[in-house]
Each structure stands twice: as structure tokens, then as C-alpha cells.
Design a protein around this ligand. Structure first.
Ligand SMILES: *Cc1c(COP(=O)(O)O)cnc(C)c1O
Length: 401
């Protein structure tokens, strides 16, 4: 353990901008080291029986056993908490681990959950396949319909409301003020696409914010990581489930996550700026049927996006006029963008759900999931926008649509 008496001043002034918070946060477990310190140890030498008793029986102890808490992981957790304006955070081995801990840590048999139809596929399967097995009832609403979440809440029955914004796959926006004003159930928002640079759900009264930090927070496609942030009380409760669930974050991944957070603001700003350019290029091209991007005036919820998002983000979804063949040809024709799942990293990635992740769905099922035969999801990276523009145009030429 670093000697905390050597610790320089930590944290940032409360009125600091996110850019400054990203640099100053998460240093409380770092001793005098400037870069994140990796503590691979699974366990810690307990100085006295009394100290061991205290750590074994207290919530969130760091320095007892790494599944309970690890200093490298704690540094990442406190950095995310500071960026989200939360009291506390708990990191997980993946975003899916974080979501599972929120759902299964808070809900019991007989409870009811309200969520939306527009969801990350893994989260949707958790609600559709796992929750029913445990007697947890789930209602799926249209997350873009005003008041839909609140209307589906059953007083005394609904324990959790979980939203995702912007949401897979067409970047639908959920009104955070609406979610934050729901009283009774715990409210949670999967903010993976937004990052704390675009929205801070807790500022809107939401109880918990969830991230797949595998994506933009870690930001380099080299860490599998999830995180939940909120009040100390809720995070302590989730911790109680998490130590039994065992999806704790690796200290190596947490250190990569903390390193990623340092540059999140510049990466996210650049990706948002380039994504806007590319969305406009695509929208002006006759071979593209529709572009879904919160920064475009054509987005059906443009006003809400303007009101609630500081930046529109780096994801652009679009529908190629040529359908399935065009989609397949497009993702094989790009030369700078690459065909790969995931998002939020330095490399521009494209996916064609209809021929890859969702290949087993019928056309009707695809339509219900908001996916057309020619739908492409693009995560814009950090390459030069002119090179990406040329790459998209070249690929559109190649498909001959
Ligand atoms: C990727 C993703 C997840 C799952 O995160 P993993 O780290 O892959 O487990 C959850 N929600 C959203 C919105 C995602 O994009």
C-alpha cells in the first residue's frame, strides 16, 4: 500500500470543469505516483485481528481481499464518482456485470421492473430470459414516448426503472428529467453512449448511473470494465450483492480505465465533432435512406437532445438504401473504418447487425428491434475527419447502391 502520509493534495475544486475533474480525480489511492498504480494482489496482510475483524465486517473495505475492494479499482471508482457527481461507485468486470448487479442486487421474486424496448441486446436478454426465471416481472415501454416510464410504474410493486440514453441501435433519447422525477422505485440509466461529458443523469434526479466502461470511459479497447455510481447508501447495498456475484473488476483493467478517463473529454469532443461531420455527409448522400444522430436537426428528438446533452457523441447509425447486400458490401469495403463490435475507442468501427449480431432474426423481428436490412452502426474514432469522409464515400461508391 502506498504511504498515505506522502500523498499530495488530491481532488479538484468543486466548481472544476469535467476536463479538469478527469485529470484530477481518482488519485486518493495513488500515494505519490502520478500514473495509476496497479495492485495485482488478491489479498492483503492483515495487521491485527481487530483490523481483520473490522475489514471483514464493513461494507466496501479496500485492503482486505480484492473481491471486496482493491486500491487500483477504488481509484477508478472514485474517479467515475467524481465525474458523475456521485457519492460513490462500484466497478465490475464488464458493463454486463454492472447491469446484472443493479437488477439482481435490487430486485426479488414478485418485484416489477420498468424498462424500454430500445436497449443494448445483452440487457434486453437479462430482462427477457433471466428475470422471469426469478419471478421478476418486466414491462418494456417505448422510451421515446413522453410519460411512458412513469405510466408503467405499479406503486408498491415496481422496484426498478432502468433507461438507456442514447439507446441502441438508433440513438433514441430518453428524457432524463422524467426518469429523475419518478418517485418510489430506484431509477437507473445506462449512460454508456453519453458518458459524463454529454449527460450526468444524477444531476436530473436519477438514482444510479451505469456504464460499460469497456467503451468510451476506458476508451482504448483494452479493458473489460463496468461501473455503477450513485448515493453511498445504494452503492453499499449493491456492493453486498457484488461481492457474492464475483464480477469484480481486474486491477489491470481498472488502471487502464483510469488512464482512459484522463483523456475522455478530449476524445469525446473530437469524436462528437467528427461524427457530426460524417452524419451530415451521409445525410446528403442519396444512397443513404436515413441517418440517426442526436446532433442532426432531422433526429426526431433533436430538441430534447439539445436540451439535455452537452455533446451529441460519437455514434452514428444509418440505413443504406440498398438493404442487406449493400450493408454487407459496405462494411467489407471500408478501409479506415473496421468491422468490429464495440464502440468509444480510437478506431472507427462499423457493424452491420442484420448480417452479423442479429443474423438469426426474421425481417419482422429485425424491424421490431429497430434494425433495417441496411442499418449500419458506426462508432467514430479519432482518425482525421477528411480521411473518414473519403473512406465512407469510397465504400458507398463500391457498393454501387
Ligand atoms: C457494451 C454495452 C453494454 C455491456 O457492456 P460489456 O462491458 O460489454 O459487458 C451495456 N450497455 C451498453 C449501452 C453497451 O454498449
Amino acid at each position: 500500500m502506498p504511504d498515505d502520509s506522502l500523498r499530495p493534495d488530491v481532488g479538484a475544486p468543486p466548481d472544476a470543469h469535467p476536463d479538469t475533474l478527469a485529470i484530477r480525480s481518482g488519485r486518493g489511492h495513488n500515494g505519490t505516483d502520478l500514473a495509476p498504480v496497479i495492485h495485482p494482489t488478491t489479498t492483503f496482510v492483515t495487521p491485527t485481528v481487530e483490523a481483520g475483524r473490522r475489514m471483514a465486517t464493513s461494507v466496501g473495505s479496500v485492503g482486505f481481499y480484492s473481491r471486496y475492494g482493491n486500491p487500483s479499482v477504488a481509484a477508478f471508482e472514485s474517479a467515475v464518482a467524481e465525474l458523475e457527481g456521485a457519492e460513490a461507485a462500484r466497478a465490475f468486470a464488464s458493463g454486463s456485470g454492472a447491469t446484472a448487479a443493479v437488477v439482481l442486487g435490487l430486485c426479488s421474486s414478485g418485484d416489477h421492473i420498468v424498462t424500454q424496448r430500445q436497449l443494448y441486446a445483452g440487457t434486453q436478454l437479462l430482462f427477457q430470459m433471466v428475470c422471469p426465471r426469478f419471478g421478476i416481472d418486466v414491462t418494456f415501454v417505448d422510451g421515446t414516448e413522453p410519460g411512458a416510464f412513469a405510466a408503467a410504474v405499479r406503486p408498491g410493486k415496481t422496484v426498478l426503472v432502468l433507461a438507456e440514453t442514447p439507446a441502441n441501435p438508433k440513438l433514441a433519447i430518453v428524457d432524463l428529467d422524467e426518469i429523475g422525477s419518478i418517485r418510489g422505485p430506484v431509477t437507473a440509466v445506462d449512460s454508456t453512449f453519453a458518458t459524463p461529458l454529454a449527460t450526468r443523469p444524477l444531476d436530473h434526479g436519477v438514482d444510479l448511473v451505469v456504464h460499460s466502461a469497456t467503451k468510451a470511459l476506458a476508451g482504448h479497447n483494452d479493458a473489460s470494465l463496468g461501473v455503477v455510481a450513485g448515493s453511498r447508501e445504494l452503492i453499499d447495498w449493491i456492493w453486498g450483492f457484488a461481492v457474492l456475484q464475483g464480477a469484480n473488476a481486474s486491477p489491470y483493467d481498472a488502471s487502464n480505465g483510469l488512464r482512459g478517463l484522463r483523456t475522455l473529454p478530449v476524445r469525446f469532443e473530437r469524436q462528437s465533432a467528427t461524427a457530426r461531420v460524417l452524419a451530415e455527409v451521409l445525410e446528403a448522400d442519396g444512397r443513404v435512406d436515413a441517418v440517426h444522430y442526436p446532433g442532426l436537426a432531422s433526429h426526431p428528438q433533436f430538441e430534447l437532445a439539445q436540451r439535455q446533452m452537452r455533446l451529441p457523441g460519437g455514434l452514428v447509425t444509418f440505413d443504406l438504401a440498398g438493404g442487406l447486400d449493400a450493408g454487407r458490401a459496405f462494411v467489407e469495403s471500408v478501409q479506415i473504418a473496421q468491422l468490429a463490435s464495440s464502440l468509444g475507442g480510437p478506431e472507427t468501427l462499423v457493424t452491420h447487425p442484420a448480417s452479423t449480431t442479429h443474423v438469426n432474426l426474421t425481417p419482422d423481428e429485425l424491424a421490431a428491434a429497430g434494425i433495417g436490412p441496411g442499418t449500419i452502426r458506426m462508432s467514430v474514432g479519432l482518425e482525421h475527419p477528411d480521411d473518414l469522409t473519403r473512406d465512407l464515400r469510397r465504400a458507398l461508391d463500391a457498393i454501387g447502391a
